[in-house]
Write a protein that binds this ligand. Structure first.
Ligand code: SAH
Length: 394
């Protein structure tokens, strides 16, 4: 196995079990590893640190997997990691919920692997060359452990490009999922489109937050911005919202949301769908003077990296300022950021800035985070990406 020696003083993060080693920290590579090979990493003084996946194309040159030198990284190692990850999600799955994240990359010691369950199907995202190399074994283990009808590759293009991997999407094993696959989350039914839907087909990271938000919507006039397949809209309807307006720029998302309203037999007359850019639509509401009791802002990731932070902060601020201006007095704004680069404190500052600009006083009445199937390893704070605030706008 190829051995990598780090520069003097660069072992600290690995000793603290952080899973990333940046290319600038490498001193010597003893051998010629291929991208995706498992390598053995040592400190400058030759103390063993960990095993990890090597990748010459990535800024993260080694993604660490295992800190025990005596542990072989073989099929049974993968099997035990996968079994552990799957077992820890079983309490989420029930006759009311048949979709959740089974494997969450670094948090489950499998850097670059995401596995989502959608009823009888599994959707994989393979985002590191190390995982790409053992894809066949992983599919084999998942088949044996879970007996799905089909396993589908739905890898995110940008992350694969960073690792120098070709963009691939398709069936890895078994049957292709139907064009619209029905899943259930907290008793609400969703048709999801795995092949064409965004990310991995459904945003299961908002499962708890949809329910929490819905508990504030009885009898209320709700505006769900960035509604996708309707997570917040449908939960609000289930909880007796008076009306829901759902805005998304994607035609497929809006169509799917409409299908989902019908699938759950909610009153269609209570729902207005608008296919539009949210920023534009909020300005239209402002001009017409239309106000809401509860507004959800769940935008896509505005800051893909730290370098995009300033721009992203301005975009979040503007969006939230507009949201605050469209609330009835005492109305609630549920505002989210799924940018890992924006931490909770920064997000609170952005909301404070938005409130000042809007000329409003706001109170934080709840904080939102990511659910149990998206754990945050204490040594890997970067894994904490989803945050949100429920604020009352006075
Ligand atoms: N709230 C959703 C998930 C939102 S994901 C849920 O609970 O499932 C982000 C959504 O924002 C996507 O559906 C995407 O189509 C939409 N989107 C991205 N940019 C947008 C824009 N400028 N205006 C409106 N929608 C946008």
């Amino acid at each position: 196995m190829v051995e990598i020696i780090l520069k003097k003083g660069k072992e600290k993060a690995a000793l603290q079990r952080h899973p990333w080693i940046f290319s600038g920290a490498l001193d010597k590579i003893k051998g010629k590893p291929e991208n995706g090979d498992v390598v053995k990493v040592f400190a400058f003084d030759h103390e063993f640190l960990a095993y990890g996946y090597y990748n010459a194309n990535s800024r993260v040159a080694v993604r660490l997997l295992e800190w025990n030198e005596n542990q072989l990284i073989n099929k049974s190692w993968y099997q035990s990691r996968l079994k552990q990850a799957i077992a820890s999600r079983q309490f989420i799955l029930s006759d009311q919920t048949n979709t959740c994240r089974l494997v969450f990359s670094e948090a489950d010691f499998l850097p670059g692997l995401i596995v989502d369950q959608y009823a009888d199907f599994l959707s994989l995202q393979i985002l590191s060359s190390g995982i790409e190399k053992v894809k066949t074994e992983l599919v084999d283990i998942l088949r044996t452990e879970l007996q799905p009808k089909g396993i589908f590759d739905k890898s995110d293009a940008t992350a694969r490009r960073h690792e120098g991997l070709p963009i691939e999407n398709g069936l890895l094993w078994g049957e292709n999922p139907p064009e619209f696959l029905e899943v259930k989350e907290n008793g609400i039914r969703y048709n999801i489109n795995i092949a064409e839907g965004q990310k991995s087909g459904f945003y299961c990271d908002q499962r708890d937050n949809r329910q929490i938000l819905a508990s504030y919507t009885k009898g209320k006039k709700v505006l769900d911005c960035f509604s996708y397949s309707g997570g917040f809209s449908l939960n609000s309807l289930a909880n007796g919202a008076a009306s829901v307006t759902s805005v998304d720029s994607s035609g497929l998302a809006v169509e799917t949301l409409k299908q989902n309203v019908a699938l759950n037999r909610f009153e269609e007359s209570k729902v207005t769908t608008i296919q539009s850019d949210v920023n534009k639509q909020l300005r239209t509401f402002k001009e017409s003077g239309e106000l809401f009791d509860v507004i959800v802002l769940d935008p896509p990731k505005y800051a893909p990296s730290r370098s995009a932070l300033d721009r992203a902060a301005r975009a979040y601020k503007d969006l939230n300022r507009l949201g605050m201006l469209l609330l009835e007095k005492g109305g609630l704004l549920a505002t989210f950021s799924c940018s890992g680069a924006v931490d909770l404190e920064t997000f609170k500052q952005i909301i404070a800035w938005a409130a000042l600009d809007a000329g409003k006083e706001v109170q934080i009445i709840k904080q939102f985070s990511q659910p149990e199937d998206h754990p945050v390893r204490i040594s890997f704070p970067e894994g904490e990406y989803l945050k949100g605030l429920l604020v009352r706008v006075l």
